[in-house]
Design a protein. Sequence first.
Length: 135
Amino acid sequence: GGDADGAVCKVGRCVPGGVAVRNMVEKILKTYGATTTLIRQDGETLALKALLQPRKALSQRNAIRRISPLGEIQGDTYLFICSVDCGASVGDLLVQKEGIRYELRQVEKVMYKEDPIYLWGLCVQKGRDNAWDGQ
């Protein structure tokens, strides 16, 4: 590859370039990700590995409401990380093998220079009372 594949080195530490970072993230997802099904709004399904965790760290440390430029982030949200190749978008569902469904409410690409590395975002569990369900 070109410049996007080059390593970034600071104080004796090197972070590999875009393709290498993406491959590293894919390996982490394959090893530690939960088996999940992405259901797109058009009904198409895709099996994938994703990391899905309750978003609690900030709420434990900061007992006040958190307002982002996108609006208030509710305390009952989950963080997800998945492969950029899956093409997930807002409104899609992630379904864990136990049948628990999560609706994607925010999806963003994490980039290294011009290279997309992975998708991250916020989702809410379907079927539970939460402030976003009223929207």
